[in-house]
Design a protein. Structure first.
Length: 401
């Protein structure tokens, strides 16, 4: 990897950090937004739903129509839309305008994410592809460890609107950097719809996507309302919440790293099973021990660790099942992930409104994680059966289309 290529990869990763912060920071300042706009916590949580739905549904459509476009052009265009969305958030006078800004931010972040990963792969030699993707992933992952606590601090010092003004300014600098430094990377050849449907016809892939949907729905039910949970149930103030989220970010980064190692050492299926089981168990126990702050925080930390532990294992599982269509499957999974985030934020908000408390959100999340575990067992069973069938018939490995 040349020095210029590495610089461009880090620049793309920094952009990932910024768009990731825009996605996650709302969960950290949910109470502040609700108080300022005089709306309920549940209604404020739908801002996460709008972002994730825009990401999940709008990104594939937008990317499909711009596949042939140069990646630098598409990256710059996505960041310009992101800047507009950030400025709309900053100036938004009411909930409706803020909701519209979340749609713009979700769509632009989705296009940026896909384009950044595609550009990174083409900027480096084949033997450095994994390292490049790892750096981009680290940029997105750093958003929760650094971006959210910084956003909470800015909201405390000034106002939550200032966060989006800062994001707009930083995004502008990144845009200028991409225009100046990033070479024009060619677009991709469009993937025929017949090939896409053929991949979805694989029951192992289909059930794997169900696992992903349920996993991220479960995580979103808890993660979207984590800040209100820490404040109203565990009685932590905003400064301590910022510190806790930073700690969780570090734990998440370690969990993600261990999830990759675990997939290689123990297998992706076993790693996924362990991660989901731990997640379901800790979430089920959390509401029972809310009177003990240390134990409650320990359960939250363990849940967060398992959340990040499962992600690289699931990505590895998809690549193993469809090696010839891995990019397509991972792209589909990216949309499924955000559809799950939107579903979880919406369901969690509805439950908060009906129960008038966030106390029981962990039980909703635990139940959904248990469903994910059942779906995972079904997918793994189908995978084993198909492997045995392919071996006995001497056919090509399943997943090769």
């Amino acid at each position: 990897m040349t020095k210029m290529s590495r610089m461009n990869i880090y620049l793309l990763a920094f952009g990932g950090f910024v768009v990731g912060t825009a996605e996650l920071v709302v969960a950290g300042i949910l109470q502040l937004i609700a108080d300022d706009l005089q709306i309920s916590i549940g209604l404020a949580g739908q801002l996460v739903t709008a972002y994730s739905l825009s990401f999940a549904l709008g990104t594939p459509i937008f990317v499909a129509f711009t596949l042939r476009m140069g990646r630098r052009t598409l990256l710059v265009l996505s960041l310009i839309i992101f800047i507009i969305g950030s400025l709309v958030s900053f100036f938004s006078p009411n909930y409706a305008i803020l909701m519209f800004s979340r749609v713009l931010l979700g769509l632009s972040a989705g296009v940026y994410t896909v384009s950044a990963l595609g550009s990174a792969v083409k900027l480096v030699p084949a033997d450095k592809m994994g390292s490049a993707i790892g750096i981009i992933a680290l940029g997105f992952g750093s958003a929760i460890a650094l971006g959210v606590p910084i956003g909470i601090a800015i909201a405390q010092w000034w106002s939550w609107q200032v966060i989006f003004a800062v994001l707009a300014v930083v995004s502008g600098l990144i845009t200028l950097g991409l225009i100046r430094l990033l070479p024009q990377v060619e677009g991709d050849t469009p993937v025929p719809f017949t090939q896409q449907f053929k991949v979805l016809g694989n029951p192992v892939i289909l059930t794997g996507l169900v696992v992903s949907l349920l996993m991220y729905t479960s995580n979103s039910v808890m993660l979207t309302y984590l800040s209100p949970y820490l404040e109203s149930i565990l009685h932590m103030d905003q400064s301590r919440i910022g510190i806790m989220i930073f700690v969780l970010g570090v734990v998440g980064a370690f969990g993600s790293h261990l999830g990759g190692i675990g997939s290689d050492k123990w297998g992706s299926a076993r790693t996924i099973t362990i991660a989901i089981a731990v997640s379901a168990g800790t979430l089920a126990l959390l509401p029972v021990f809310t009177s003990l702050l240390a134990l409650g925080l320990a359960f939250i930390t363990l849940w967060f660790f398992s959340f990040f532990l499962s992600n690289p294992a699931l990505q590895t599982y998809f690549i193993q099942q469809a090696p010839q269509s891995s990019n397509l499957v991972l792209g589909l999974n990216l949309s499924i992930v955000h559809l799950g985030l939107a579903t979880g934020a919406g369901a969690g908000g509805a439950f908060v409104n009906s129960a008038s408390t966030v106390l029981y959100n962990p039980w909703v999340a635990s139940f959904t994680a248990a469903l994910a575990l059942v779906a995972a067992i079904v997918s793994f069973t189908l995978s084993k059966k198909r492997k045995r069938s392919s071996s006995s018939k001497g056919t090509i490995p399943f997943g090769s289309f």
